[in-house]
Design a protein. Sequence first.
Length: 198
Amino acid sequence: MFSENEIATIIEIPEVHVATVEVKADFIANEANFLEISDHDFLSLVMMAPTVGMALANGSISLFEELALNKMARKMSKGGFFMKVDPVAHGMKFLIKNFEAWEMKFYEVIKISMEHTFSLEDLKKEKDHSKGFAYAVMNVPYMFVRFLSSFFLHDDSDIVDERAISEVEFKKIQDIGHKLGLDEYPIFKSFCQTFEMK
């Protein structure tokens, strides 16, 4: 998952900041009238959208998933909210309530963030994936790896580890990859091969 400092750096990119502020105003006006949240924290909420989508893949969010999402929210929040309500976790409740209405709007901000933090052209170049995902991941931009792990690996496990997931969760990864435009890149296809169906 992203750190507070990574979010602070990304929100400073003018194009990302403009897109974040625009969607934030829309979200507060139409979904969360009384939500007080900084631009930094709103971008953190945006970055959680794929993970929230994964958690909702089975139709509802379990207590374990909610705790994991709250932990992720606190890690990205600006400043400490140890004894206070975390604005990202608070905003996440509104996102979960009406996820389908906001998913693509949030993904558009994520796409802009990716376009301005690494070269998408570098991902298009054919790499030798015959040596496996662990080798291939060393040849892509570091920030792409950060985005990928933040979206799909909320326990900070090593991105090259193979893991077992349900078919529903796997299809959701593919769906999110498609909506973010990642499915056209060989490295994303290799990443999907690290999952094994339960």
